[in-house]
Design a protein around this ligand. Structure first.
Ligand SMILES: Cc1cc2nc3c(=O)[nH]c(=O)nc-3n(C[C@H](O)[C@H](O)[C@H](O)COP(=O)(O)OP(=O)(O)OC[C@H]3O[C@@H](n4cnc5c(N)ncnc54)[C@H](O)[C@@H]3O)c2cc1C
Length: 477
């Protein structure tokens, strides 16, 4: 009888793992188990009354690098090429990103000339930060916070304005707690290998297998900065689901896994409330802290390591304004914690993807709220009403973008524990988990946003690597 692999979690990581398992020449029996009634996890797109697309989670995928190319390849394999909405290199959403500092929007400099010119909110041209990077010796610690790394290599202003904002924009997190090694591995590696971020990024680029397809070539030729899908990014998990079903994968929805136990023959028993499944191998693509509570007593050291990988919440407020115009054209802006503890940033969705605007002429924006403000409210057990988030989001749109009229449409969602935090020393947690799995020969493989990257590309790659390990194939092929 063939092997059975049970994949836990029907977010993009679990769907990708199931997809790559199902593509094997001689695939195992695959069962994907999702706790909620829908697939896609944090990827969720909804339509407004006028047909406009509102993304409640991710809204753009980067095509750059080997992982970006891998996702584009997957898109083509699923037959979605004609649905792709690219943001080409010459588009304002590709060229302009802003910081909101001192009550004003500031364009981030781009190109060599931009580095030489004074660029507020920074007091000196960023050229000086580059020079500091080139002359600063390599750090000696095995890990460092993002803030300390950036301050050492690029100076205090870049650390407290740019890197602080970036950590809020990508991780909704605190640069003084997050790990450079795990959150921005390319920057950490650049210093380790080339003693400089600039040299490392210049000399180390372009490694990894060169994937090729018409869509990848088009993305390179047109210098896409990101892309979406016409009906929203949820089209991707939907297409994966349809493909899996056609390949004979069993997809269970509304079936939360409530326990895992090991049986005498080394097989797993996966408990699903009233029923159970047997598995030769499990790929877990649910959050690490959730898995830690499901593991059997034999795996207590693993459960302890996983339970320390926590996640923070983000409130997402989608706003639509009839007939309104933005003061600037670009991807959006980020807000450093020193400026506003509540607002992480605002994405100008209509600029990047006007095709998703629906029939109302106007503007779609997404305001992201979180950070220490939200963590404190949650820790105090405060009532977190939709009105509170809507009010704060509308206030930010008015103050930061001059949108003083009330929005014509608004959606508010609090995504609890949605973004994993790779805090200082995260790599040691991963190492101890990997050592335990290897020493105990547990038939369990970890995938998903909890471990080595939160972006959709990282999650797809984690699913692919997990599938390759289970199949015993070379993950880099
Ligand atoms: C607001 C927001 C904006 C983002 N923006 C971007 C962006 O623009 N670009 C980008 O690249 N990335 C972005 N990300 C990150 C990216 O979307 C996520 O990291 C990624 O979708 C996580 O996928 P996952 O499959 O690892 O986890 P999840 O999406 O969390 O999926 C895990 C699945 O497991 C299920 N599950 C949990 N417990 C159980 C159980 N006991 N039994 C069975 N199933 C269970 C859950 O229901 C869920 O479906 C964003 C994330 C958020 C929250």
């Amino acid at each position: 009888m063939g092997r059975t692999v049970v994949v836990l979690g029907g977010g993009i990581s679990g769907l990708a793992a199931s997809y790559y398992l199902s593509q094997a020449p001689c695939p195992p029996k695959v069962v994907l188990v999702e706790g909620s009634e829908r697939l896609g996890g944090w990827i969720r797109s909804v339509r407004g009354p006028d047909g406009a697309v509102f993304e409640l989670g991710p809204r753009g995928i980067r095509p750059a690098g080997p992982l970006g190319a891998r996702t584009l390849l997957l898109v083509s394999e699923l037959g979605l090429d004609s649905e792709v909405l690219p943001v080409r290199g010459d588009h304002p959403a590709a060229q302009n990103r802003f910081l909101y500092v001192g009550g004003a929007l500031h364009a981030l400099p781009s190109g060599i000339r931009g580095l030489l010119r004074p660029s507020p909110p920074f007091s000196k041209p960023l050229f000086w930060a580059g020079l500091r990077d080139l002359t600063t010796p390599r750090g000696k610690d095995p890990d460092e916070t993002v803030h300390s790394f950036a301050q050492r290599r690029l100076g205090s202003e870049v650390a407290s304005l740019a890197m602080d904002s970036l950590c809020r924009g990508v991780f909704a997190g605190n640069s003084r707690e997050l790990s450079i090694r795990s959150c921005f591995p390319s920057l950490f590696q650049a210093e380790q290998t080339h003693r400089s971020i600039l040299l490392g990024l210049l000399l180390g680029a372009g490694r990894g297998p060169q994937l090729d397809s018409a869509l990848i070539r088009q993305a390179r030729a047109e210098r896409w900065s990101q892309w979406s899908l016409r009906g929203g990014l949820e089209t991707l998990p939907q297409a994966l689901n349809a493909h899996l079903t056609s390949r004979g994968v069993t997809v269970l929805q509304g079936q939360p896994v409530c326990g895992l136990s090991l049986q005498a023959e080394g097989r797993w028993k996966v408990s699903l409330g009233d029923s159970s499944l047997e598995a030769d191998h499990i790929i877990s693509a649910i959050p690490a802290s959730v898995l830690s509570k499901l593991l059997p007593a034999e795996a207590a050291p693993l459960a302890r390591a996983l339970s320390t990988i926590t996640a923070v919440s983000v409130a997402v407020v989608n706003l639509q304004y009839r007939g309104a115009r933005l003061p600037v054209q670009g991807f959006g802006h980020l807000v450093p914690s020193s400026e506003d503890p509540v607002i992480l940033g605002i994405v100008y969705d209509s600029v990047a993807f006007p095709e998703q605007d629906g029939s109302t002429p106007g503007l779609r924006l997404t305001v992201m709220l979180g950070g220490s403000w939200l963590q404190t409210l949650e820790a105090r057990g405060c009532v977190l009403s939709q009105e509170l988030f809507q009010q704060e989001a509308e206030k930010a749109a008015a103050t930061q973008l001059g949108l003083n009229e009330p929005p014509s449409h608004c959606l508010v969602h609090l995504h609890k524990n949605s973004i994993p935090q790779y805090t200082l020393g995260h790599w040691q947690k991963l190492e101890s988990a990997a050592q335990f799995l290897a020493a105990q020969k547990l038939p369990l493989t970890l995938a998903g946003a909890s471990y080595e990257g939160v972006a959709v590309n990282d999650c797809i790659e984690s699913g692919r690597q997990a599938a390759a390990r289970v199949l015993g194939t070379e993950p880099n092929s």
